[in-house]
Design a protein around this ligand. Structure first.
Ligand SMILES: Nc1ncnc2c1ncn2[C@@H]1O[C@H](COP(=O)(O)OP(=O)(O)OP(=O)(O)O)[C@@H](O)[C@H]1O
Length: 334
């Protein structure tokens, strides 16, 4: 399933351009942080967004939460255009879970006050909110004893649980987890990933899981979208992405990740840096770093093309290999 049958989030040709000015006399430059991205996300589904630093993952996450306006295209949640919704409505649809929860928490407040805050913003506190807070603490497997503590008195894992609890209080449809476990130890990462999965099972929440921790991806994601210079260059099920017919960038990116990397025969490595996002080259954006690039790659932009029912790749070579494979299969079937 390349794109899920969409009933929750539909991102269509979404772009975010930032206009940059180097100095007073310097010409303006346009940085394309997200470039014509298409993505769907369903209830009960987790899509991992992976890619090197600067590939546009967080900007895509902010688009879905509504903290970033698109310069092109559309982002719909339950059929409603996100940019037209008020902040309050948006926060009931999509909530962020960030890497450093303490940065969003006033250190002077108790955990109880921090958990009451979403209700205070939305309406007057009422007696049901105490019960909702106790329920949410139990959902994130925290004891009520944390309520009287302050953020600095909790461990990193406990604090991330409080952040997840806060994000869940308004019963959002989607959690956008942006490097939400990256700062934690491996064992705590595994606990939080397990917690997110069980919350998803109980509440049917969709999760966008933005991460550099590629080893976590198979544990949490149903699908993976690989971003390079603002574009999705590969998308598909967790089983297919990184497999035989995969983008050279994906193979290089995942080459360093034993769990995913072992699916490919020879391990590729990622050489060099991505080109400047303000100075787009012609053809495939990955061609200057691709050891398999051929003539067409520096002149024609490859379209994201299905290689199977559950994978699409934007690579001329993969498209040609897939075509050859299909022709051979058809020939053999004659
Ligand atoms: N507000 C902004 N103004 C100008 N450029 C921005 C802004 N926000 C992001 N960018 C640029 O957009 C590009 C994509 O950034 P983004 O943070 O989305 O990437 P990322 O893949 O999440 O990176 P990382 O993994 O390091 O967080 C980068 O080149 C970044 O410098």
């Amino acid at each position: 399933m390349i794109q899920s049958g969409c009933d929750l989030i539909e991102v269509r040709d979404a772009s975010v351009d930032f206009v940059m000015r180097g100095g007073f006399f310097a010409a303006k430059e346009t940085l394309s942080a997200v470039d014509t991205v298409n993505l769907t996300l369903n209830r009960d589904e987790t899509v991992a967004i992976v890619g090197e630093s600067g590939s546009g993952k967080s900007t895509l996450g902010r688009l879905i939460i509504g903290d970033q306006k698109p310069t092109g295209g559309s982002i719909k949640i339950k059929g409603q255009e996100v940019r037209n919704l008020s902040r309050l409505v948006r926060s009931r649809l999509a909530q962020p879970v960030v890497q450093d929860p303490s940065s969003a928490m006033d250190p002077r407040w108790t955990i109880e006050s921090l958990l009451e805050e979403p209700f205070r913003i939305h309406r007057e506190l009422d007696s049901r909110d105490g019960a909702a807070i106790r329920d949410i603490l139990s959902a994130v497997r925290l004891s009520e004893t944390v309520l009287t503590r302050r953020p600095h008195e909790l461990s990193g894992g406990q604090l991330q649980r409080v952040a997840i609890a806060r994000a869940l209080l308004l019963e959002p449809e989607i959690l956008v987890c942006d490097e939400a476990v990256s700062a934690l130890d491996a064992s705590v990462q595994a606990e939080i990933v397990g917690l997110l999965k069980s919350i998803q099972k109980e509440r049917h929440t969709a999760i966008l899981f933005i991460t550099h921790d590629l080893h976590l991806v198979p544990r949490i994601a149903d699908r993976i979208a690989v971003m390079y210079l603002g574009q999705i260059v590969e998308i598909g099920s967790t089983q297919s992405v990184g497999g035989e017919l995969s983008h050279p960038y994906t193979r290089a990116l995942f080459g360093a990740s034993p769990k995913i990397g072992r699916r490919q025969g020879k391990r590729a490595t990622l050489q060099g840096e991505p080109p400047s996002p303000t100075n787009r080259l012609g053809g495939c954006p990955f061609h200057p770093r691709c050891s398999q690039a051929w003539n067409v790659c520096n002149s024609v932009i490859p379209a994201l093309t299905a290689t199977s029912d559950d994978q699409a790749v934007a690579c001329h070579l993969v498209t040609a290999q897939n075509r050859a494979k299909l022709e051979m299969a058809a020939e053999a079937a004659k």
